[in-house]
Design a protein around this ligand. Sequence first.
Ligand code: SF4
Length: 294
Amino acid sequence: MLSNFPNSLDDASRDHLRADCDNCFGLCCVALRFLASDGFPTDKEAGQPCVNLQNDFRCGVHESLRTRGLKGCSTFDCFGAGQKVSQVSFSGHDWQQTPDSGKPMFEVFHILMQLQELLWYLTEALTLPQAGLIHGPLRSMLEKTERLTTLSPESLMELDVAEHRASVNTLLLKTSELVRSEARKTQQVRSGPRTRTRLERQIALGRGADLMGADLRRTDLTGASLRGAYLIAADLRGTDLRGTDCIGADFRDADVRGADLSQSLFLTQTQLNAAKGDALTKLPPWLNRPAHWS
Ligand code: SF4
């Protein structure tokens, strides 16, 4: 399976799923509630502009986010929701000029972020030959999700996002099973049959594993499900995460130096930005090596 993994991807198909701050009205810096303890400048409520947001919707401390310890800001990615809400849903009318639009715009931003994130995963699933059996339903779901993102603000606010997420998740889970089972078969051919360790069996149980601070350097994670796992400050140096489902895993300060993430499933730029890697960390071609990695 691993040899069939695409080396390159139609990167242009993901351009609209990346943040384009030049075409956004600073929405993440206003619409979201955040806490200083999560690496943001202050505690603030949703809908309240950050103290560093300028009138031109630019961040006044953008160049020094890392040195100021603002990890929450420097890791965040909206999957392209910011520019879509600003330019499509609200046709380029910003919340400063049209104050009445602020509340609905911020609400729609929350909804679009979820839809855009789903588009990111569906786009990836459609590149995977291992999931070829379900490419038809995946493509239909991608098209449906794309259509939802262009609904009017009023319709978006009435949308049952949770229900749509659940439908998408069914397909993403199936994709994960197909990819991981191939990865495990390949791994067995490579290293022969072996009995899983206790930790590997625990991880195999599925999502939400508590692996905070765990030393995973000798754990076989190929083809494992790390869906929603807490990997905060985990030691993943030199690990092989090919064919490993990483959707929703918390990589804050996880040490991925020298790790092979090149064929990890459902990895995002936010996860990479939050982790600690280096020049030896292998990445999928559609993700960028964070500037702060040594
Ligand atoms: S510090 Fe800058 S990037 Fe962070 S929330 Fe404030 S304006 Fe946005």
